[in-house]
Each structure stands twice: as C-alpha cells, then as structure tokens.
Design a protein around this ligand. Structure first.
Ligand code: NAP
Ligand code: FE
Length: 385
C-alpha cells in the first residue's frame, strides 16, 4: 500500500498573501497561466501578481486558457515561457488553467521536444525516460477538479480515426486528412504533481449557480469513482470517505442553492479531498464516458460526468460497497440518489449515435477500463445512461 501526496497544501483565507515567500521560492521568473476573465473578477490573479511583486519575482501572464484546454493553447503558452526564460509556472483558475499549467511546465522544461511529448508514454520500463517539468503552483478558483493536488492534466486534442492512422504513412497523414480529425480529451502521459497548492475559498464567491453545481458534482464523482475503484486502498479511502461525508453535509443546500460561506468551505474541502483520492486511484467509468459528451455536446465537465453516476452506482459489481457509498452520502438508496442527480442537473438526453460511439470508444480503450474492478461489456454499459 502506498501513500504519495507530494503537494504542499495550504487551505485558508488570504493564502496567497500569507505564503508568498514559498510561492516565490519555486523559481526566479514565473509564468502565470489563467483563463480569460474570471481570475480578474474573483481577485485571485491580483493576489498572485501582488505576491510576486512583493517578493521581487518577475512574471509573465498568459491569460488565454480556454475551457477544456487544447494542446495548441498549451504549446502557445509554453513557447512564451521558453522565450521569456520562465522557470516556474503558476496555474490560477479552475481545472482548465490548472491542468494547462502542468502541461506547460512539462513543455518548457523540455524545449527540444514538440507537442508529441505530451502523449509519449513514459516509464513503460523501469529504465524508461522520465521527463522533468518545471515546478508548478496551483491556485484553484472552482471547487470541482482537485487538480491542485493531482498529477493529471487533461487536454483536448485532435485525433484521426484509426482507419487513417493504420493505413496511411504517418508523414502523409496530417496534411491530407486533417479534415477528418475530431476532438477528444485525454490526460497527458506524464505525472506532474504541483509543488504547492494555495487554496482560498474566497475565490468561489463569484461562481454562478450552474458553475457551482457542476463543479460540486465533479467533486462528487471523484469521491465516488475513487472509493469504488480497483486501485483504492485504506489510505485512499481515508480521503474519499472524509470527502463523501463532507459532501453529504451540503447536498440538500446545494439542491436548494442555499450556498453561503460555510457551504463553500465544505465544497472546497471535499474538492481537495477528492483530488487527493483520485491522485491515488484515478477515476473510473463515468469520467471515461464523459469526454465524448463534453467534446460533442459541449456539456460542462462536471455535468457530463454526473449524468453517469446513478448508472455507475446502480450497476456496480459489488452492490454492498456501492450502498456503503450512498450511506456515507446520506442517501437512503439508489433511487433517491438518481432522483437527486436528476433534480440537480436536469434531464440530459444523449443522441443514440453519440451514445453508441461513446460506449465503443470506452470499451476499445483498456486504459479507461482498468480502474473498474469488474468485467464490463456493452450490454452492461448500456444501463449507465
Ligand atoms: P474551468 O473549465 O476551469 O472553468 C469553467 C468556467 O468557470 C470558465 O468560464 C471560467 O472562467 C469560470 N470560472 C473559474 N473560476 C471561477 C470563479 N471563481 N467564479 C466565476 N467563474 C469562474 O472549470 P473546472 O470545472 O474547474 O475545470 C474543468 C476542467 O478540469 C476540464 O478540462 C476537466 O477535464 C479538468 N479536470 C481535471 C482533473 C484533474 O485531476 N486534473 C480532474 C477533473 C477535471 P475563465 O475561463 O474566465 O477563467
Ligand atoms: Fe473530473
């Protein structure tokens, strides 16, 4: 059994100001990576730039990170970081800028490589190459992904259908077949744990109702998928169990949207615990099913994952364990849970052809099935919708 949580986490009000020295100690010139608007509105970006100025650390701001960040955006930011000689990266925002910051830190540290490095399998053998990344700090402004404490960075990338890749020489593929490319989301093949996470719940105050709900459901999914996971251990379940109990306390208020300071604190705590849990176990089938739905229907990440949670619980191979999770969440049974999720997220209908493709893609990808401890086939997966 292994416990590895190398990120130093501070969770308190005025966190960035309080720990500016530790932030500055990560390097000599920072690349601050953020989204287009929200970090200016919730004050997080100003807190970070002020902290760096106070510590006399020069910095550049890259504020073009989109939702579900793309490989192209990561490469643009990395190129700026390389030109400017930045030697550490600070992600400010939701999961999108935080994930992007990890991939950017990897690319700046390996300037001789192009974007193919992001998805180059590493550590396949004990002697396989491990590519270093620059030190990363994360300042979360959503209570959803837990990316501030995970080694994962999920990017949107263009892929060609297998039929093209297997029949045409690689050199000819890009130019001739780019019109056949489609988007998909995948975690980079490298593990980039942030060195520092500065978690200040104040930044959540500006979240919209739907933003708050969708990200809270992402946290719920991390906790459930980590607890019911082939890789879960007594250590990882300490995080997931505490997170599930914390989530249970706010679930009714979330439905009525009575979210004040105390509830935001609980959501943030559950979120970071969820990140610590999946850092050990990874996620499972609801996350695997969500990516095509996000890319093709444009559903926010948390919502796209959440719609598969009732099916996951209902069809989980060990119902005793699944019911234990529901009891940690204080739900009487599977039907109450399904009804709760339906009320919270509303009805979502997935077109038949997208659903067929989503299932086929998941079943063809062993990496996305390996965390589910039971045999799964299309007949079983059908019942997840
Ligand atoms: P996000 O994509 O980072 O942001 C969603 C929207 O919320 C953006 O419009 C953003 O605005 C806005 N926003 C952020 N903070 C706000 C605040 N405090 N107040 C008001 N608006 C705010 O959302 P997310 O759900 O946190 O992250 C989703 C991404 O994380 C997905 O790409 C998902 O795959 C990934 N993810 C990663 C992990 C992991 O372990 N690494 C786990 C789960 C999910 P701006 O664009 O202006 O900033
Ligand atoms: Fe997630």
């Amino acid at each position: 059994m292994k416990l590895f949580m190398p990120t130093k986490v501070y969770s308190e009000k005025n966190c960035v100001e309080n720990h500016s020295r530790e932030l500055a100690a990560l390097g000599t010139k920072a690349l601050v990576v953020t989204g287009k608007h929200s970090s200016r509105i919730n004050g997080s970006l100003e807190d970070v730039t002020k902290a760096l100025e106070r510590e006399n650390i020069p910095y550049m701001v890259y504020d073009e990170i989109e939702e579900n960040p793309s490989v192209e955006t990561v490469m643009k930011a990395a190129s700026l970081g390389i030109t400017e000689g930045t030697d550490f990266v600070i992600g400010v925002g939701g999961g999108s800028p935080m994930d992007a910051s990890k991939a950017i830190a990897l690319m700046i540290a390996n300037p001789e490589h192009d974007e193919r490095l992001l998805y180059t399998r590493t550590q396949v053998s004990p002697d396989g190459p491990v590519y270093p990344a620059l030190p990363v700090a994360e300042i979360p402004t959503t209570a959803g992904t837990g990316s501030e404490v995970t080694p994962y960075a999920i990017l949107t990338k263009n892929v060609l259908p297998d039929i093209v890749l297997t029949t045409i020489p690689e050199a000819d593929v890009q130019a001739a077949f780019s019109h056949l490319e489609k988007k998909t989301k995948q975690s980079i093949s490298h593990s980039v744990f942030p060195a520092l996470a500065l978690v200040d719940v104040s930044y959540l105050q500006t979240a919209s109702r739907s933003g708050c709900i969708n990200t809270a459901v992402d946290t719920l999914a991390h906790l459930i998928e980590s607890h019911l996971n082939a890789n879960s251990t007594e250590y990882s379940r300490i995080y997931s169990e505490m997170g599930l109990r914390t989530w249970a306390r706010i679930k009714d208020k979330l439905l009525r949207y009575e979210i004040g300071e105390e509830e935001r604190q609980a959501l943030m705590r559950a979120c970071t615990l969820g990140g610590m849990a999946i850092a050990h176990t990874g996620t499972s089938l609801p996350h695997g099913l969500s990516y095509p739905v996000t890319c093709e229907m444009g559903l926010p990440h948390g919502k796209a994952v959440g719609i598969f949670l009732p099916g996951f619980i209902r069809n989980y191979g060990n119902q005793e364990e699944a019911m234990k999770v529901l009891s940690l969440l204080d739900f009487g049974g599977e039907q109450t849970f399904s009804e709760y999720i339906r009320q919270l997220l509303g009805e979502v209908s997935i077109a038949e052809d997208l659903w067929e493709r989503t299932m086929d893609e998941l079943l063809a990808n062993p990496a996305k099935l390996k965390n589910y401890p039971f045999m799964i086939d299309k007949e079983k997966l059908q019942r997840f919708r």
